[in-house]
Design a protein around this ligand. Structure first.
Ligand code: ZN
Length: 116
């Protein structure tokens, strides 16, 4: 389950950011994961609790925003959201495109911390 190593990385990065901000606890972590990141939200939730145990993040909320894939269609000259990650074609005009503009994200969006 690669979500466990991702969760560990997430907890580490958030702990470090919290320490730098002088926080004693982290109450909430918001992350954004793209549809192409290969991260399953439910698995990440599960692994997060394990990874957060014994850290300033223990018991904190993990809020996940799932981002759809957005491609650039040269025919429409526009960024369009893909309804499925199986087909890399513009849903409007069917032009195949590999110009991915969004969907690979796996990043911390914000932290809610407790400063003494
Ligand atoms: Zn198009």
């Amino acid at each position: 389950m690669h979500e466990l190593s991702i969760a560990h990385g997430l907890v580490e990065a958030a702990s470090e950011a919290a320490r730098e901000a002088g926080a004693v606890r982290v109450n909430e972590v918001r992350v954004r994961i793209g549809a192409l990141s290969g991260v399953v939200a439910s698995a990440l939730h599960f692994c997060y609790e394990i990874a957060a145990a014994g850290t300033p993040l223990e018991g904190s909320r993990l809020l996940i925003t799932e981002l759809p894939v957005v491609i650039y269609c040269p025919h429409c000259e526009a960024e369009v959201e893909l309804p499925s990650i199986q087909l890399f074609c513009c849903p409007v005009c069917d032009t195949p495109t590999a110009a991915i503009r969004q969907g690979r994200e796996m990043e911390i969006e914000s932290l809610e911390i407790e400063v003494p």
